[in-house]
Design a binder for this molecule. Structure first.
Ligand code: AMP
Length: 273
């Protein structure tokens, strides 16, 4: 596995290849969720590139960028074991200049759900993603359905900026007890982890309600809120795949999204029905 930190060096290196390229952008502290993106990329492409870049611009001023888990050596080993061809590991100065051109998230879709309590977060996400996509110029780029709003906004950017990369959405990987894998789970104490299981329970309950024929969004949301209580709930929403609110579940076109705070940790999850 080749490890490259300079964007120009990576661009030059890739000039030697005339093949399909799969790209998996991450912020490191890799887990099975990231690995499933890498596996999918390996299945579908000749060359697989993973980036590890803890992007400062997607953290708000009062958020703890410094505390974000870092596992550089373990991450490198995991990438190697997963058959990654190139690990792109840039430094902040390789990606950002002093006076920056940047991408603005859409005024509506970028400021609801996670964007409502983290205003500006998606500007940072879209800006770094467009930079990374321009450096790697992949055939396909892989993103988790777990970060559904991020996936939706990146797909929108690719469409509205007429970019030719194919965005591939990958299912959420969970622990046996249902907790969605996240680098942020490392912040949870054992009792907070127990509390966090309410998220998966609330989503499971929603699925059970739907299979019993309950399709009314308000009824499902109120059932979920009861299960999540007393956690701090940022939102529980039932949306279609274009992120518009639904009054009734539409099978094949629905995402149920939750974001809560457990202790000081934000956790988000969703199911696609
Ligand atoms: P992050 O390092 O948290 O920025 O995540 C990098 C990519 O991995 C994003 O596309 C995430 O949506 C995806 N991802 C994170 N957690 C999971 C998971 N549990 N299952 C599948 N994909 C995930």
């Amino acid at each position: 596995m080749k490890i490259i930190s300079s964007p120009l060096e990576l661009k030059n290196y890739l000039k030697n290849y005339n093949c399909s390229v799969g790209f998996v952008p991450t912020m490191g502290a890799l887990h099975e969720g990231h690995i499933s993106l890498i596996k999918k990329a390996k299945e579908q492409n000749d060359l697989v590139i993973v980036s590890i870049f803890l992007n400062p611009t997607q953290f708000l001023k009062d958020e703890d960028l410094d505390k974000y888990p870092k596992k550089d050596e373990a991450d490198k080993k995991l990438c190697q074991l997963s058959g990654v061809d190139v690990l792109f590991f840039p430094h902040v100065d390789d990606i950002y200049a002093e006076d920056e051109v940047s991408v603005l998230a859409p005024k509506v879709r970028g400021y609801v759900l996670e964007g409502s309590s983290r205003p500006g977060h998606f500007n940072g996400v879209l800006t770094v993603v467009i930079k990374l996509l321009n450096i790697v110029n992949p055939t396909r780029a892989y993103f988790g359905k777990k970060d559904a709003q991020q996936l939706n906004l990146i797909s929108l950017m690719v469409k509205q900026f007429f970019m030719s990369v194919e965005i591939v959405a990958v299912d959420t990987v969970r622990e046996k007890d249902g907790l969605a894998l996240s680098s942020r789970n490392a912040y949870l104490t054992p009792s907070q982890r127990e509390e966090a299981l309410k998220i998966a329970s609330s989503l499971r309950n929603a699925t059970v309600m739907v299979t019993r024929g309950v399709l009314d969004a308000k009824e499902i949301i109120s059932g979920m809120r009861e299960i999540l209580s007393p956690l701090h709930i940022f939102y529980v929403e039932i949306l279609n795949r274009d992120f518009n609110q639904l009054a009734h579940i539409e099978i094949g076109n629905t995402i149920i999204l939750v974001e809560v705070k457990v202790g000081t940790t934000r956790l988000l999850d969703n199911i696609w029905l």
